[in-house]
Write a protein that binds this ligand. Structure first.
Ligand code: NDP
Ligand code: GDR
Length: 376
């Protein structure tokens, strides 16, 4: 016997929130993952647009709000529109409490264990946070009886495409994830679609291709490369060790991509969108361009794990392959087609590949330079 509609759990905390239109006029955003790369750029954007911004941060024994430092002020000293709450995507009660208190008009679910390689080592945890964490957040909205009031953005990913079935990849390309991270995000993608269809929620997936910036985490390949190019230039590091040099990615700038997230939540109807540049480049090229940005030319010699990158002016080996960075299953090619977002959202990336590399290298040169000053 199929379930009666009355069997489906519904709001626990029903309040009169007014009509969704009146409610949304308040412009209050809640961001999970606010301390991450995208969270910091999105916070800047939303504050500029006059939103009150609330973010969920994890308790950590070390300081984890560096990327928000320039935006956050102690509310006692200088009140502003940014508020931080301790929480975690693994803690349902906490999510319900935050949503019931903040009553956000928009939720951006950016929180995730976002490293693909790490997801092979922490597969269960990645599933808990990235897959079930999304479900917990969606259910917390329903528990508060706010499913018709809150607009929900899910940080979906080009990792859903995984193994190449077609290129470039668009909203209609079939998914074939290749990592525990990709599989967890597949669940999150479909639970977002399901809650949209089942409960009439305004819930969207942004299927975002790789986006980088000077605020990118240091273990992702782009930042690892730009930092090494800067430190090798300043004699602070001898050699950069990488995994698969032939993987190709569609790399854009994070600042452009958070603008697309916001636009997805301002449409008349919720839909899923790809954000990408429409170009693809191999890791090898990212290395060459980064070293070029510090005035060095790289010559490649050898094959497979024996391949090395040699700096032509000094003759020194500055890049080596270390198989420890290979993945048990690799995503060889990502190449996105952003036509739908360009047409419907009027979104287009502004920063091109060369400018992205130069901006990241410049920031890392500055940081490395400061390190030398500090040491002296
Ligand atoms: P980051 O790794 O820089 O940030 C991840 C954020 O999630 C951090 O704030 C982190 O907190 C938080 N987080 C991790 N675990 C939990 C948890 N259990 N509960 C609550 N918060 C948690 O990622 P990005 O900013 O680069 O990416 C943002 C989102 O977009 C992620 O979901 C990512 O998977 C997705 N994505 C990213 C793309 C990219 O190219 N950058 C492309 C497509 C999708 P803490 O600082 O404490 O670690
Ligand atoms: P990705 O980003 O896996 O695409 O996930 P990452 O920068 O980690 O890897 C990109 C490609 O570079 C190859 N690679 C290396 N990667 C890392 N991290 N370190 C290395 O030393 C190295 N050498 C080569 C990788 O094998 C891979 O092919 C990112 C994350 O932000 C996800 O959260 C997001 O969903 C996707 O982008 C879209």
């Amino acid at each position: 016997m199929s379930a009666q509609i009355s069997d489906i759990p519904t709001a626990v905390f029903s309040q009169d929130y007014g009509t969704p239109e009146e409610f949304r006029k308040r412009k209050v955003a809640l961001i999970s993952g606010i301390t991450g790369q995208d969270g910091s750029y999105l916070t800047e954007l939303l504050l500029e647009k006059g939103y009150q911004v609330h973010g969920i941060i994890r308790r950590s024994s070390s300081f984890n709000t560096n990327r928000l430092h320039h935006l956050y002020t102690d509310q006692h000293e200088r009140p502003n529109k940014l508020h931080l709450h301790y929480g975690d995507l693994t803690d349902s009660t906490n999510l319900v409490y935050i949503i019931a208190t903040v009553k956000p008009t928009e939720i951006y679910n950016l929180g995730a264990q976002s490293h693909v390689k790490v997801s092979f080592e922490m597969a269960e945890y990645t599933g808990d946070v990235d897959a079930l964490g999304t479900l917990r957040l969606l259910d917390a909205i329903r528990t508060c009886g706010l499913e018709k009031h809150i607009r929900f953005y899910q940080a979906s990913t080009s990792e859903l495409y995984g193994k190449v079935v077609e290129s470039p990849q668009s909203e209609t390309t079939p998914f074939y994830p290749r990592s525990p991270y990709g599989v967890a995000k597949l669940y999150a993608f479909w639970i977002t679609v399901n809650y949209r269809e089942a409960y009439g929620m305004y819930a969207c997936n942004g299927i975002l291709f790789n986006h980088e910036s000077p605020r990118r985490g240091r273990t992702f390949v782009t930042r690892k490369i730009t930092r090494a190019a800067a430190e090798i230039k300043l004699n602070l590091q001898n050699c950069l060790y990488l995994g698969n040099l032939d993987a190709r990615r569609d790399w854009g700038h994070a600042k452009d991509y958070v603008e697309g997230m916001w636009r997805m939540l301002q449409q008349p109807e919720p839909e899923d969108f790809v954000l990408a540049t429409g170009e693809t480049h191999p890791v090898r090229e990212f290395v060459e361009k980064s070293f070029a940005a510090v005035g060095k030319t790289i010559r490649w010699e050898g094959k497979g794990t024996e391949e090395v990158g040699i700096c032509t002016d000094t003759g020194k080996v500055v890049v080596r392959v270390d198989p420890k960075y290979f993945r048990p299953a690799e995503v060889e090619l990502l190449h996105g087609n952003p036509a739908k977002a360009e047409r419907i959202l009027g979104w287009k990336r502004k920063v091109d590949f060369d400018s992205l590399v130069k901006e990241m290298v410049k920031a890392d040169l500055q940081a490395a330079g400061n390190l030398i000053v500090d040491q002296n």
